[in-house]
Structure formats: C-alpha cells, structure tokens
Design a protein around this ligand. Structure first.
Ligand code: F6P
Ligand code: MN
Length: 329
C-alpha cells in the first residue's frame, strides 16, 4: 500500500502543495489522537464562548481550531487562513502560495455522544498583493486541493487535487496514512437520501415535492423505494455518499428567515463539492453549481444538494417547476 507521500509523488504533486497536504494530514493525526481520548483527556463538553455564527463552541472546536491554526502558521506555503471558528481571516506569512479554509471539527454536536466528527479543508491559490478577506472570496472552481478527515472507527483522509479522489486510512500501529482506495467513485444512481426531515414544513415547494415523491416509494412517480440516513455531521454523510452513492441535502428553509441556509460555502460546501465532482457526482444549490458561486463573505452559507449525478438531476428537475399556483405549498 502506498503511503501518502508516495501517492502525492506518484501523482506529480509539486513540493509546496505536497508540504501543505502533509501539514494538514499530520495535524489530523494529532486531532484524531485528541478525539479518541475523549473524556479521558477532559476535552468533551462546551465552552462559554460563541463563534461568529452565534453557535456555542465545544471544547474540541476550540482545541482543534488552535491545532490547525498553529500548524498552518508554521508552514511556509501558507499565506493566510480562514476558519469556521475564527471571526476574521488570519494572515500567516508574506510569501506563501496558498490560502487555507477549514472547518476544524465538523459535526461537533456529535462529540458528546461519541459519534462521527471530522475536519474539512479547502486550499485556494493566494493572490498577489496585500492580503484581505477579499483574497479568500474565490469561487470553488479555483480550489487546488480539498479534503476531509473522518474520525470514525478508523481515521480516514479523503483528498482531491483535481485528479480524482484518493482515500487513505490511518494505520494506528505506525501512525501513517496508507492508500486504501485510489479512485473513489459515486454511483450515478441511488435509492438512498439524507436530509433532516424535522425541517420538512420549512422547505421550499420544490424540495417538499421531491422528498414527498421519494417517500411514496414504488407507488409514487419514482416507482422505487428509497432508504434514509442522517448522521448530523456533513463529513459522515458525504463519506457515505462517496463510498456507496446517495443524495445528501441541507436545503433552503424558512425556519428562521434571517438564516435560510445552514452549511458554510467556504468551509463545507465548496470542498465537499470539489470531492463529489471529482468522484463523478454533482453538487448544486438547486439553482446553480455550488463551485460556480462568487462568494461575498467568508462565513456565508448556502443550500446544498449533492451526490449521485442522476439523483441530483432528478431533484433539480423539481426546482425548474413553477409551484406558485399550487394551493398547498
Ligand atoms: O456543520 C453543520 C452541521 O453540523 C453539518 O455537519 C451537518 O450536516 C448539519 O450541520 C446537521 O444539522 P442538523 O443539526 O440540522 O441535523
Ligand atoms: Mn461543520
């Protein structure tokens, strides 16, 4: 089995990017170690702080954010970073080639129930000139690398540099990432979907109709039965989609009209969309490809529909219908 270093070199990844990927991978090993020690290390539970999005930070949100920040600050290839847990961008060096956006611990509400969590990262080219928040506001298509680390029964790193998606498993005996799947591929068709059903009444008409049709199974217009899964950590749900196909969505809802979307473009939606497209799947807001969005704010949120290409297309068909005349929706 190839090591991460061997795989990056066989893909022809050049030194600066390879160095950065190693920094991220090495930090994820330390995070994996902290997550595994859980209550033994006193790292579970919440802090008294809120992040910029008004969410209470878990102790591990803060610990993992600091671990990544410290490691990236020490990496000469990094010009700046933006994190879901940081109010503002952080300038790192004057000459680094890359900007890194990350969600240090996705799904952190799962921490206290000893369930799946992960780290998501996105690497953008650093524009020349002075660094500002504007330097980060690049479309997902600009990403030079993206990936996630899933801290599950085994720790896994899924990575793309635009040459497919490679999956590595952390060998707990040697603490080394080894290539366990050289090309992750999402099946075109699926009969599995992932959505937080408790929000059903708050969705837009296209999503309500689409999900109702899936639930009708064989007697409905789709003429087949669908299964549902919801891990409540995007990293876990997207890993399942990459592993065995499926459709994952966190759609627009009007539960809180000031916050119609949940997932963050720069830290979650863009990197996951890059991975999904590289594995043959699709990623859309319902109205446009996620990676084509021109960002306006580093912390902005978007609607996400991603996964098996034919199923995402089926869902997008519902978004082309005009529901304004429908009495019940
Ligand atoms: O980071 C946001 C997030 O935790 C995702 O990882 C996950 O998909 C979603 O929110 C879970 O949302 P909910 O709490 O509605 O189940
Ligand atoms: Mn998250």
């Amino acid at each position: 089995m190839q090591t991460l270093a061997q795989n990056l070199s066989s893909q022809g990844i050049e030194a600066p990017l390879s160095q950065l990927i190693h920094t991220l991978a090495d930090t994820s090993k330390a995070i994996s170690h902290a997550v595994r020690h859980g209550a033994l290390a006193g790292v579970l539970g919440a802090t008294e702080q809120e992040n910029v999005q008004g969410e209470t930070q878990k102790k591990l949100d803060v610990i993992t954010n600091d671990m990544l920040k410290d490691a990236l600050k020490a990496d000469s290839t990094v010009r700046g970073l933006a994190s879901e847990e940081e109010d503002y961008i952080v300038e790192v060096g004057q000459s680094g080639d890359f900007l890194v956006c990350f969600d240090p611990l996705d799904g952190s509400s799962n921490i206290d129930i000893n369930s799946l969590v992960g780290t998501i990262f996105s690497v953008l080219p650093a524009p020349s000139g002075e660094l500002s928040e504007k330097s980060f506001l690049q479309a997902g298509r600009n990403q030079v690398a993206a990936g996630y680390v899933l801290y599950g029964p085994s720790t896994m790193l899924a990575l793309t540099t635009g040459k497919g998606v490679q999956l590595f498993t952390l060998n707990p005996d040697t603490n080394e990432y080894l290539l366990t799947c050289e090309a992750m591929s999402i099946s075109k068709d699926t009969s599995e979907f992932a959505i937080n059903m408790s929000n059903q009444r708050f969705w837009e008409a296209p999503m309500q109709t689409y999900i109702s049709d899936l639930l009708l199974g064989k007697i409905g217009p789709r003429e087949k039965s669908f299964n549902m899964r919801w891990i409540a950590a995007m990293v876990g749900d997207v890993h399942r989609v990459l592993s065995r196909g499926g459709l994952f969505t966190y759609p627009t809802d009007n539960k809180n009209p000031e916050k119609p979307y949940k997932l963050r473009l720069m830290y979650e939606a863009n990197p996951m969309s890059f991975l999904v497209e590289q594995a043959g799947g699709k990623a859309s807001t319902g109205y446009e490809a996620i990676m084509d969005i021109a960002p306006t704010d580093i912390h902005q949120r978007v609607a996400v529909i991603l996964g098996s290409a034919n199923e995402v297309d089926a869902c997008l068909e519902y978004h082309r219908v005009d529901y304004s005349e429908e009495p019940n929706l």
